[in-house]
Design a protein around this ligand. Structure first.
Ligand code: FES
Length: 214
């Protein structure tokens, strides 16, 4: 695998070099790129092994399937969406791996929000639902575990089809549609956050992934 330096649509970021350890090797990468990209470019496309020792690599490549999970500085992360930026060490997850059980302090502060609707996922459907709810003045919050809005729109570098032109988003590129749908005000969109429990009384528990804040 080699790294492209130009792209007809997307800007390739020129960023500083970083390194991390993998399996006794020092891997060089550029800030802003994913661990998966760095490992592939360094010639290490195998990230795990099946119980029968078959080699495994990426599957979806967009953070949805979990096939690329590795131990990143001791935490299980999907390397196809985890940036190399501050990473020190990446390891294959051992077959007998058991995560540490974290005891949460009962009086740990939590943020409480009241809303009428919670939309899980800031992709095409989630953003479209948010737009309609806002038109009708219905309170809503959007929760997405990615660091950017758009979901599958972010993969769409092409312009939407010609026969869609008379419709609202015809002729636009997918990532531009995501921004247009969300509007300038991203208030109420929680990125890097995952829904981890649905509780009685119409409540849900949401965790901010990088800080573990609830
Ligand atoms: S390859 Fe599917 S989540 Fe990374």
């Amino acid at each position: 695998m080699y790294k492209i330096t130009t792209h007809p649509i997307l800007e390739i970021p020129k960023s500083e070099k970083v390194t991390f350890q993998f399996d006794g090797h020092i891997i060089e990468a550029k800030k802003g790129f994913t661990i998966a990209a760095a490992l592939h470019q360094a010639g290490f496309p195998v990230h795990s092994h099946s119980l029968r020792n078959r080699k495994r690599s990426l599957e979806c490549g967009i953070g949805k399937c979990g096939a690329c999970e590795m131990l990143v500085d001791g935490q299980v992360k999907r390397i196809c969406i985890t940036l190399v930026d501050e990473v020190k060490e990446v390891k294959e997850i051992p077959h007998d791996y058991r995560p540490d059980i974290i005891e949460y302090a009962k009086n740990e502060p939590i943020d409480v929000y009241k809303t009428q609707v919670v939309i899980v996922g800031a992709g095409p459907a989630g953003l479209a639902a948010r737009e309609i709810l806002r038109e009708y003045g219905i309170d809503n919050l959007v929760v997405d575990n990615n660091s950017k809005i758009g979901g599958q729109f972010l993969m769409q570098t092409h312009q939407f089809f010609f026969f869609e032109k008379e419709k609202k988003y015809g002729g636009m590129r997918g990532f531009d549609i995501a921004q247009t749908l969300a509007g300038a005000n991203h208030e109420g969109i929680f990125l890097n956050s995952t829904v981890w429990d649905i509780l009685e009384g119409g409540r849900i528990a949401v965790k901010e992934i990088s800080t573990d804040r609830t």
